[in-house]
Design a protein around this ligand. Structure first.
Ligand code: BES
Ligand code: ZN
Length: 605
């Protein structure tokens, strides 16, 4: 290299280091290569009146070099920091905030320090926490608290090295008001403790985004010896019935890719404000009640959260730019579980529906958009930008492509080895590509899939004859056929979704009313069907749909539904004002993560 080029390169290198810290995770201030946390001892009082958690997070350290521990904090008040051994107060500094990232907490260590105690309380701005009023629960009598740490919100309730590249074990004590049960992503109680004091232990190392807690009037029902369902008492029967197949899913998953590593697997069905369909908190998946349809039609989300026990929780994306390693692998694994339970045709039906949404999304973004890549570049951006169907459904297609190229048996062996060899470790897209290249050199288009934009030509194409038949019924109806001839006898929820999602958006009001009378859509107890219907029928002179939409938006906080419903409402004539009015009333009931996104959509300053 010439001297001149060297000069050009040096300032460039400096600029890069300033942007991306050496840990390699641009969304964390922590510098684990210097001092890394290994174990958390958490001790918190849960105060529903003040809406705060207060107490202490004690971290055991692996000291490699330097005299400073760096943690991430956001919206937390650090009161005092002490050092062990000795217990003396430490010098600490909370740095300036950076958008999306919160602030660095730097603690000066003594030479002998092996443990740091951070005394703190959460503030009203702690994004991870949702404090629910009794009216927002099924029981209606007691308040409820839930957390959502993924992606960078653990730092809003626990000062931590908030990067998926650092793992730690934990113990915790939560003190809650009498009559309430507390659960965490850990070994859990099944009964309410009279004194409201709960102790938890998580012996397997986890990354911070899997820290989770929930407090409320919650009961437990076992499904078998190693799995069960937690829910509010009023929901427990329906929840236990809906998810009764969970033990079989675990058996099937283990037969596919190796032993379940976390001991128990339980579900907690949360109140409807929970912003996601599910969240794979280890040992205790968090689940939206909108999966309870009364016919087990939406349980693929349980298979999904369970599958994360391998893809994500065991082998973890190193940064949020590698998110597809969590989600793409999990969608593939989820579909393999579903195939064992329900058969190939059923899963193809789900895949065709997903692929339609993927293709629509890519078209909307433009095939050349850099975020249509699996391996993203999120440095300097909101880490939540990782969340789109690209990671999920393009990721799935890539794994299915590998399966089709290598043969199922060989690919299964490779995947099982992948989980086994990298268990309890993190993985980057680049390292995965290198590992795969060594294991399966005959696959030559890996780079195109991982680093390329849009969808590679000639990839897998899920096909469903059943859905093709639904398309024909819809076409007959749209071109003037009677609603009673749609004949949904034998249809699953997925047939309905296909039918509804393909309807034109200019159907006259009488035709909508006719369909509704025949199919009972505005009263559907299946949230997916209801939302698909509302996206066709609301704002089209069919008042039942408008009323159903308003009720839904005031009750449910799941972003997957809120996003399209509000967008659709805004797009209608005079819709922005109506959307703003409903949002103003509904907003206090939504989780901060949902509020943040919807505020931007609805122009709330
Ligand atoms: N881990 C995700 C949820 C998540 C992702 C939360 C990124 C925050 C940031 C979870 O496993 C998930 O993917 N949930 C999906 C359901 C799934 C079946 C596609 C959801 O919530 O819709
Ligand atoms: Zn997932």
């Amino acid at each position: 290299m010439s001297i001149r080029n060297l000069f050009l390169l040096v300032p460039l290198m400096v600029a890069c280091t300033a942007k991306a810290p050496p840990s390699g995770d641009p969304h964390s201030f922590s510098r684990p290569e210097r001092v890394r946390v290994t174990h958390l001892d958490l001790d918190l009082d849960v105060d529903f009146d003040a809406r705060t958690l207060s107490g202490r997070a004690s971290w055991k350290l692996d000291r490699r070099r330097g005299t400073e521990l760096r943690l991430d904090v956001d919206g937390i008040v650090v009161e005092r920091v002490t050092l062990e051994p000795g217990g003396r107060s430490a010098e600490f500094e909370v740095g300036d905030p950076v958008e999306h990232l919160g602030r660095p907490l730097t603690v000066r260590l003594a030479p002998e320090t092996t443990e740091v105690h951070v005394h703190y309380r959460t503030g009203p701005e702690s994004t991870a926490l949702q404090w629910l009023e009794p009216e927002q629960t099924a029981g209606g009598r007691r308040p409820f608290l839930l957390t959502q740490s993924q992606s960078v919100f653990a730092r809003t309730w626990v000062p931590c090295q908030d990067t998926p590249g650092v793992r730690f074990t934990y113990d915790a004590t939560l003190r809650v008001p009498p009559g309430l049960l507390a659960l965490m992503s850990a070994e859990n109680p099944t009964e309410i403790a009279a004194d409201g004091v709960y102790r938890f232990r998580m012996p397997q190392p986890i990354p911070s985004y899997l820290l989770a807690a929930v407090v409320g009037e919650i009961a437990f029902r076992p499904l078998d010896a190693r799995s069960g369902v937690y829910a509010e008492p009023a929901m427990l029967d329906r929840a236990a019935w809906e998810f009764a197949e969970t033990p079989r899913m675990i058996d099937v998953a283990e037969a596919l890719y190796g032993e379940y590593a976390w001991g128990r697997y339980d579900l907690i069905v949360l109140p409807p404000s929970f912003p996601f369909g599910g969240m794979e908190n280890p040992r205790l998946s968090f689940i939206t009640p909108t999966l309870i349809a009364g016919d087990r039609s939406l349980v693929s989300t349980i298979a999904h959260e369970l599958a994360h026990s391998w893809s994500g929780n065991l082998v973890t994306n190193a940064t949020w730019s590698d998110f597809w390693l969590n989600e793409g692998f999990t969608v593939y694994f989820e579909k393999r579980i579903m195939e064992e339970l329900y058969g190939r045709d059923y899963v193809e039906m789900l895949s065709v529906l997903d692929q339609k949404e993927l293709r629509d999304r890519i078209e909307e973004m433009g095939v050349d958009h850099p975020d249509t890549r699996l391996a993203l570049e999120l440095a300097g951006r909101d880490p939540e930008d990782c969340f789109s169907n690209i990671a999920y459904d393009k990721g799935y297609l890539f794994l299915r492509h590998l399966e089709e190229s290598l043969g199922r048996d060989r690919f299964d062996e490779i995947l099982a080895d992948y989980f086994h060899e990298h268990a309890f470790r993190s993985m980057t897209s680049d390292r995965f590509v290198a590992w795969l290249r060594a294991r399966a050199p005959e696959v030559t288009d890996v780079d195109e899939w991982v680093y390329g934009r849009g969808l590679p030509a000639g990839g897998p194409t899920p096909v469903s004859d059943a859905l093709a038949a639904v398309d024909r019924r819809r076409e007959a109806f749209v071109s003037g056929g009677r609603a009673d001839e749609v004949d949904p006898e034998g249809w699953t929820a997925h047939h309905h979704l296909r039918f509804l999602r393909g309807l034109p958006d200019d159907l006259p009001a009488e035709r909508l009313a006719e369909l509704d009378r025949w199919l009972g859509l505005s009263d559907s107890g299946n949230a997916e069907i209801l939302v698909a219907w509302l996206l066709v029928a609301a704002d089209r002179g069919h008042p039942d749909a408008d009323a159903a939409r308003e009720r839904f938006l005031l009750r449910v906080g799941r972003l997957k539904f809120l996003r399209p419903l509000y967008r659709h409402m805004i797009a209608a004539q005079g819709g922005r004002a109506r959307a703003g009015e409903i949002y103003r009333r509904a907003r206090p009931g939504y989780h901060a993560i949902a509020r943040e996104e919807l505020d931007a959509l609805l122009g709330v300053p």
